[in-house]
Ligand binder design. Structure first.
Ligand SMILES: C[S@@+](CC[C@H](N)C(=O)[O-])C[C@H]1O[C@@H](n2cnc3c(N)ncnc32)[C@H](O)[C@@H]1O
Length: 504
C-alpha cells in the first residue's frame, strides 16, 4: 500500500484553519468583486488533507456542501475516514491517494485547499497541483495555496541546515526528532550570551522552534523536501496554468500602509499590486504566504467598495482594554481572545463591537448594527474602521446563516465532533467559527462528559473524582478543590457555549 512513512510515524497535527474555510474565501472573494459560491452549498477539495483535522469540522458545519480530501499517508487517511464514519457524515470523504494519481475528472470544485503541502512535495507534485487547480476550479472558484517564501524563509533554513546535518545518521523518525531537539537545546545554551546581531537572529529562531509542536518541527525542518520560493516566481508558475492572483487571506499584508511611512513611500510607485507585494516581502522578510488564486479570466476589483460590507453578516469577539470610552471620538484599544490588540476611535464602531461581542459566535448584518440614525460622515469613518478590523482578522465577515445557542442548558451537550476530538486527546477542538481551541487534560475530559445526561452537580462530582485520582489534572487550579472545580466548570461551560460547541 503506498504511503508516506514519515507521516505514518509522526502524524501531522491538523487543526481548524480559519483562513481556508469556504466562508472566509467566499466573503473575501465577494468583497473583491468575484461572484463566489455560497459556503452553505459548495464543493470543496483539499489536497494533502492529513487526518481531516481541517476538512472534517468544515463538513460538520456546512452540511449542505460537499467535501473531498486526498491524503497519501495511509495511517492519517484511515484515521480521518474512521472519524467521518463514526460521526455518520455523508458529505465528506477522505481518499487514501497520491495527488499525482488524481486525474481531474471529479467535476468542478468551488474551493481547492492546499495548506502546508506545496513547498514540501517534489516538483512533479507541485506542477500537478496547479494542473489540477486549473482543471477542476469552477469558473468563479478559488484555490488557496500556502507556501514558504524567499527571501524570508532563509533565516529559518539556517536552522534547517543544522538540524539536517545533525540527524543524518538517525534510523527512525522518532530518533531524528530526539536528535533535533537535543541540538536545539545545545544551540540555545551555547548562544545564551552571544551579543552579536547574528546571535540574536538565531536565538529568536530557536525560541520559535523550541516551542513548536513536534509534528511541525519534523515535517517543516527534517523532511527531505522544503523548497521556498519567491512570491513572484510562484505567481509566474500559476500564470502558466492560467491562474491569476486574487488576494492574500491575511488581507492587511497587501497594504503597504501597514509598514510605516518610509516603507510605504518606497512601495508607493511600484506597480502592479503583485510586484508591490514582492517588494514588501523583501522589506519584511516574510517567510510564509497564503495565496488565493482564481482563473485568469476573473478580474478582481482591488479598489474595494466599502458599501459591499452591507452584503455580509459580521462577527467579532473583541473586549475593550480599560474602561470603555463610548461617548466621544477617542482611541480605545480592544483585545482579542488570541492576544491581538486593535485600535478603534469612532463611538459608532465601539457600539457595533459591543453588540457583536454580546452575540458571539453569532453574526449580525451591518445594516442592523448601524441603524439609520448616524450622520453619513460618522458612518463612513465607521465603515473604514470595520474594514481595517476585517483586514487584520479582528472582525470577520460571513455569508452563512447559521446560528448557535449562547446559553448553557441544564444538562449541557457538546457537539459530537467536539466530544470526539476531546476523546482523541489531541489537545484541541474546532470551534463553530473554525478556530482551534486548545484543551488541557481537564477541559478535554469535561468535553467528553458533556453528552446531555449530566447536570452541573454531576459534572463537578466527576471532575473532582478525576482530579483526586489523577492530581496532575489540577495543574491549572488553585485553592480548595471542592470550590475550584465548580468555578472552573462554570468558566469552561461559558467558553464552550461562546465557541459554539454546545447544542441547544
Ligand atoms: C503538513 S501536512 C498538512 C495537512 C493539512 N493540509 C493541514 O493543513 O492540516 C501535509 C500533508 O500532505 C500529505 N501529502 C504529501 N504529499 C502528498 C501526495 N503526493 N499526495 C497526497 N498527500 C500528500 C502528507 O501526507 C501530509 O498529511
Amino acid at each position: 500500500m503506498p504511503t508516506l512513512p514519515s507521516y505514518d510515524q509522526i502524524p501531522y497535527e491538523g487543526h481548524a484553519l480559519p483562513d481556508t474555510h469556504p466562508d472566509t474565501l467566499a466573503t473575501l472573494g465577494r468583497l473583491l468583486g468575484v461572484a463566489t459560491a455560497p459556503p452553505e452549498a459548495c464543493r470543496v477539495l483539499e489536497l494533502g488533507a492529513a487526518a481531516g483535522g481541517n476538512l472534517i469540522p468544515m463538513a460538520v458545519g456546512l452540511p449542505g456542501s460537499e467535501f473531498l480530501g486526498v491524503e497519501l499517508g495511509a495511517e492519517q487517511a484511515r484515521r480521518g475516514q474512521a472519524l467521518i464514519e463514526s460521526l455518520g457524515l455523508t458529505n465528506v470523504r477522505l481518499l487514501h491517494q497520491d495527488i499525482l494519481d488524481l486525474d481531474g475528472n471529479g467535476g468542478a470544485f468551488d474551493y481547492i485547499l492546499v495548506h502546508g503541502v506545496w513547498s514540501w512535495v517534489p516538483e512533479a507534485v507541485r506542477e500537478h497541483i496547479l494542473h489540477l487547480c486549473a482543471r477542476l476550479l469552477s469558473p468563479t472558484g478559488i484555490a488557496y495555496v500556502s507556501y514558504n517564501v524567499l527571501p524570508g524563509w532563509r533565516s529559518r533554513s539556517m536552522l534547517r541546515d543544522m538540524l539536517l546535518y545533525r540527524t543524518r545518521g538517525a534510523a527512525t523518525a522518532g530518533e531524528r526528532l530526539g536528535q533535533a531537539r537535543a541540538l536545539l537545546d545545545l544551540l540555545a545554551a551555547g548562544l545564551a550570551e552571544d551579543p552579536r546581531p547574528e546571535g540574536q537572529v538565531l536565538r529568536r529562531e530557536l525560541e520559535y522552534l523550541r516551542q513548536a509542536r513536534p509534528s511541525y518541527l519534523y515535517h517543516e525542518y527534517l523532511e527531505e523536501t522544503n523548497a521556498p520560493e519567491l512570491f513572484g516566481d510562484f505567481l509566474a508558475r500559476a500564470a502558466r496554468h492560467r491562474l491569476g492572483y486574487l488576494a492574500d487571506t491575511q488581507l492587511h499584508t497587501m497594504f503597504a500602509s501597514t509598514l510605516g511611512p518610509a516603507a510605504q513611500a518606497v512601495v508607493a510607485g511600484v506597480e502592479p499590486q503583485a510586484e508591490q507585494e514582492q517588494v514588501m516581502d523583501f522589506l519584511t522578510l516574510r517567510p510564509f504566504r497564503r495565496t488565493m488564486l482564481v482563473r485568469s479570466e476573473v478580474a478582481p476589483d482591488l479598489d474595494i467598495d466599502l458599501d459591499r460590507l452591507y452584503g455580509f453578516g459580521l462577527y467579532a469577539d473583541l473586549t475593550p482594554v480599560g474602561p470603555p470610552i463610548l461617548d466621544r471620538v477617542e482611541a480605545q484599544t480592544y483585545g482579542s481572545a488570541a492576544g491581538g490588540s486593535f485600535q478603534v476611535e469612532q463611538p459608532l464602531t465601539k457600539a457595533l463591537l459591543a453588540k457583536l461581542a454580546a452575540v458571539y459566535p453569532n453574526a449580525l448584518p451591518l445594516a442592523d448594527l448601524l441603524g439609520d440614525g448616524a450622520p453619513a460622515t460618522e458612518t463612513e469613518t465607521c465603515l473604514t474602521e470595520v474594514f481595517n478590523l476585517y483586514a487584520s482578522q479582528a472582525l470577520r465577515l460571513t455569508a452563512r446563516s447559521a446560528t448557535w445557542p449562547t446559553t448553557v442548558s441544564e444538562r449541557p451537550r457538546a457537539t459530537a465532533l467536539a466530544r470526539a476530538q476531546a476523546a482523541a486527546g489531541e489537545g484541541h477542538a474546532a470551534t463553530a467559527r473554525h478556530r482551534s481551541l486548545g484543551l488541557d487534560a481537564l477541559s478535554g475530559m469535561l468535553l467528553t462528559l458533556l453528552d446531555g445526561t449530566r447536570d452541573r452537580a454531576a459534572l463537578a462530582a466527576e471532575l473532582v473524582a478525576a482530579v483526586i485520582a489523577e492530581p496532575e489534572l489540577a495543574a491549572g487550579l488553585s485553592g480548595d478543590l471542592e470550590a475550584a472545580v465548580p468555578a472552573n466548570l462554570d468558566r469552561l461551560l461559558w467558553v464552550y457555549a461562546r465557541e459554539g460547541l454546545l447544542e441547544a
